[in-house]
Design a protein around this ligand. Sequence first.
Ligand code: G1P
Ligand code: ZN
Length: 543
Amino acid sequence: MPVREIATKPYPDQKSGTAGLRKKVAVFQQPHYLENFLQAIFDVEASLKGKTLVMGGDGRYHNRTAIQTAIAMAAANGVAKVIVGQGGILSTPASSHLIRQSGAAGGFVFTASHNPAGEDGDFGIKFNIYGGGQAGEALTDRIYEASKVIAKYCIVENVYVDLDRRGVQSVGAMEVEVVDCVDEYAKLMQTLFDFDRIRDWFRRGHRLSFDAMHAVTGPYAQRIFVDMLGAPQSSVMNSIPLEDFGGGHPDPNLIYAKPLVDLMYSQQAPDLGGASDGDGDRNMILGRGIFISPGDSLAMLAAHLDKLPGYAKGLAGVARSMPTCRALDKVAEGRKLACYETPTGWKFFANLLDSGRITLCGEESFGTSSNHVREKDGVWAVLAWLNILATTGLSMQQIADTHWKQYGRHYYARHDYDELANDTANKVMQNLIARMPELVGQRFGDWTVSQADEFGYLDPVDGSKASAQGLRVVFGDAARIIVRLSGTGTKGATLRLYLERYETAADRLGWKTGDALAALATIADKLVQISEITGRKTPSVIT
Ligand code: G1P
Ligand code: ZN
């Protein structure tokens, strides 16, 4: 099959954000747009030649087209073998696992995560490297530099791979293996969790409701929860992946997964409620009448994970992103575990996981996972909780109450201000930066500022540095106010304000989150001045 070299001109906007390159579908549909970016990867990562590449996506609009292009370009760039999920489907954690398990040199994950899909929606690509983790800052910067000067790309023309037919096909000298998207992932889960015990828990009448939100986790939930663990069919909601995610916004939080939340607060509530996002890496966890915030879920998992077969040896250490609440730190302190604080974005956990420093990590943005893959993992989190419930025999409420009594409770919320003009968003940041030096020692309400700075990170494994990773105003152990700019938006700038308040007194553990954070929100208003500067009276979304 002849390889063609096609002349092209660079696009200036191919810089990867927090989780890959993410743009409107129409941007990706521009002539040579995807091809340029992929060629930049092949040019920079010469090690893909002669090796295996894993490909799959969350099934959103443009997924199949992009995968056909990527396969044709892989063949032209000397890749030996492509492993692709049937129908072009692979969840982000399943991709990470396949890369690890097959010893592939890397993988392309086609997703814009929880961002809406469809012709007018978003599309994206994440480049994952050997070992299954996302390409780090240094590598994505080199790819960006290459994309800015690209003049040609290589492709084998008229390639068509039947993505629905399992088995091996060939494109010239390159082998393409279409694999079931769940098989290997399900096997991995069986090594981590006690499936017999969970099956028994279901047999005794306990119930789960999982909302796949018409996104990628449908097939995974169906196979694992229903077929393998014996949960009734009704346990999985919205299980068919759709190209537009059913018109929804598959972000598992209190706003976008409202039907599940309503169910969990109703008379019919099952024991456990879970949801995952577009590409299957996020998770939301609820019990009957109780929402477990991601920061709490992470801390509670840290406290219970060693009861589960895959973690019986105990945890090596734990990590959370800077804006994630410090509930995890309390468990780490109590159990004498190393606890790391990283910048936002899963890629920062990779070195800690690879070097064996940590077993468990998570982010406030509904992301949790362990060292079994190098991505966050929604179905894994639900299974972990199922296993904890089945093993302890406790309810979610009982687990949470006991946890808060022992470690104290962190009330937490994130306020997002979407689609701001870039200048306006920057003004908010600059305004706070300018005020920071004078803040330490100042008293606001009940709290005194102990630290006010811009977060930077020195990777303890490879010594790399990341600067400008968010502004934080810390009131000792008692509270934090954090502000940062999102790196995943596709329209204007998104500003995120994070509020955290810690309480230990028994009569302060049962507050409603909104009430607990009201005073801190008022202080944040005064300090950060978002309303004054942006003219926005309220956030676009509170999670
Ligand atoms: C957001 C989350 C971050 C997460 C990322 C990808 O990034 O805040 O924790 O890793 O999505 O799911 P942000 O838009 O804040 O840069
Ligand atoms: Zn995602």
